[in-house]
Design a protein around this ligand. Structure first.
Ligand code: G3I
Length: 433
């Protein structure tokens, strides 16, 4: 259990790599608004993301400050905050920092008015959209949607080559009608596969199945989705907390193709859409640990050999069954991936209170400091929460989450769709407080 004062740790980290007094106005004056300065020994200058679409230039370790001059617009369903948020740096400076909105009454507005904008997302379920309060809160507070289950293989391709679009289309069309952007989740994942896919064997069969799935899915959503989790959770450790013996995860994909299935998936996705943002997504890589180190080397290798990857999603499931992560560790970890020339994003955030492994006070601190760590980095393009209200959280019924049917109290809204204190702490971080 981490109990250090995380805001102080975050400030200490930022100062260790170069404090400034901020000076970009409107920030409410915490030390955290200071420019982050150069990245010292980071790998800077590797802005060779093979996708060719990432605007993130990353720090070179030599520049100072300056706020970003983004013109991006996260509020448009076709707008793309991610195309605007490069750390431009000035002469002799490092990364710019994101400037908070002067005022905002929703998370969505805080994200849209920040400079550069940042997408505020939620996992949306088809069942949730049957509830009026759920829909109202989801659309008012978020600008970004990930389908919680409806775009996984078992939902989209229940039989080989036969696709079922209805549930996914409902979510995507609802999102677009509310001017929200959608991230496709997920093209290649070991979990929630239909039985037939788990029975595939041999490199040829598996490669053909991957190609057919990606081509059909990206083709179907081509004009509606331009950002994809291409590969999800390809790495495993001895514990779900990201500690011990990191290695490639056995799966129908890895077993047939070895680790080249990753490159293959990204290359097929790039063939389908030369302009899409293509992301790798994983859990328990949020802070500095064995799994994050392994994934960092894996992604660095992909960038160096020209695989078309544009970014990495850090799921940020905090508490059982996954990790705990302090804000300072998160900032350092996101920074090294961004310095590869990649987008970074918080892709599935929740903080589980079951069994009190994370106390109420720790939960509030984590929510603030982790959101702040992302918000301060222009390369951090989105913060997605994994659900809207506590009662619908996946954690409540997930055995490793230790909830035993009780509420995980893990999200920003209670079951009456009222804002919790967790919401206030997230809002504080988005407003530079
Ligand atoms: O659809 C069936 C239903 O027919 C059946 O009656 C019911 C009985 O258990 O199960 C339903 O399926 C469940 C499915 O969610 C849809 O509700 C599965 O049991 C359940 O295991 C599944 O859990 C999902 C989990 O992924 C599966 O891995 C969670 O809702 C979903 O939030 C979670 O999301 C993942 C991300 O995609 C990737 N990262 C981790 C994250 C949390 O595990």
């Amino acid at each position: 259990m981490r109990s250090a004062p995380l805001t102080l740790l975050l400030s200490a980290f930022l100062c260790a790599i170069g404090c400034s007094d901020g000076g970009d106005g409107g920030a409410g004056g915490t030390g955290g608004q200071g420019a982050t300065g150069g990245t010292g020994g980071a790998t800077g200058g590797t802005s060779t993301s093979a996708g060719g679409t990432s605007a993130s230039t990353s720090g070179t370790g030599s520049a100072t400050g300056g706020t970003s001059a983004s013109t991006g617009d996260a509020s448009s369903s076709t707008g793309d905050a991610s195309s605007s948020a490069s750390g431009t740096g000035g002469s002799g400076g490092g990364m710019a920092v994101r400037t908070p909105a002067a005022s905002a009454s929703t998370l969505r507005e805080a994200g849209e008015k920040a400079n550069p904008p940042i997408l505020i997302g939620a996992a949306i379920s088809g069942g949730g959209l049957n509830n009026g309060d759920y829909k109202r809160v989801a659309a008012a507070e978020h600008s970004y949607v990930t389908a919680e289950n409806e775009m996984k293989w078992d939902a989209l391709e229940p039989n080989p080559g036969q696709f079922s679009w209805g549930s996914a289309d409902n979510i995507v069309n609802w999102a677009r009608s509310n001017n929200m952007k959608v991230k496709g989740h997920t093209l290649v994942w070991h979990n929630q596969l239909p039985g037939w896919a788990n029975s595939l064997s041999g490199a040829t069969q598996v490669e053909q199945a991957i190609r057919r799935h990606i081509e059909n899915v990206m083709g179907h959503f081509k004009d509606r989705i331009d950002t994809w989790d291409v590969v999800n959770e390809a790495v495993i450790t001895d514990s779900d907390t990201g500690v011990g013996n990191p290695r490639m995860r056995p799966s129908v994909f890895f077993n047939a193709l070895g680790d080249r299935f990753l490159d293959l998936a990204f290359e097929i996705a790039r063939e389908q859409d030369p302009n899409a943002k293509l992301y790798y997504n994983d859990y328990s890589i949020d802070a500095l640990n064995d799994k994050a180190d392994y994934v960092y080397e894996m992604i660095k290798g992909m960038v160096e050999r020209g695989v078309p990857i544009d970014g990495v999603g850090f799921q940020m499931h905090i508490g059982p069954p996954n990790n705990e992560a302090g804000g300072a560790d998160v900032a350092a970890n996101l920074r090294r991936f961004a310095d590869l020339g990649l987008d970074v994003l918080i892709s599935e955030m929740d903080i589980n209170r079951c069994s009190n492994q994370v106390t109420a006070e720790e939960q509030l601190t984590y929510y603030h400091d982790i959101v702040e760590a992302c918000f301060l980095m222009p390369e951090c393009k989105a913060i997605t929460f994994w659900g809207i209200n506590d009662g619908r959280s996946w954690l409540n019924s997930w055995s490793g989450a230790l909830c035993n049917g009780q509420s995980s109290q893990s999200l920003l809204f209670n079951d009456q769709y009222q804002k919790k204190e967790t919401y206030n702490r997230v809002m504080d971080a988005l407003m530079g407080r």
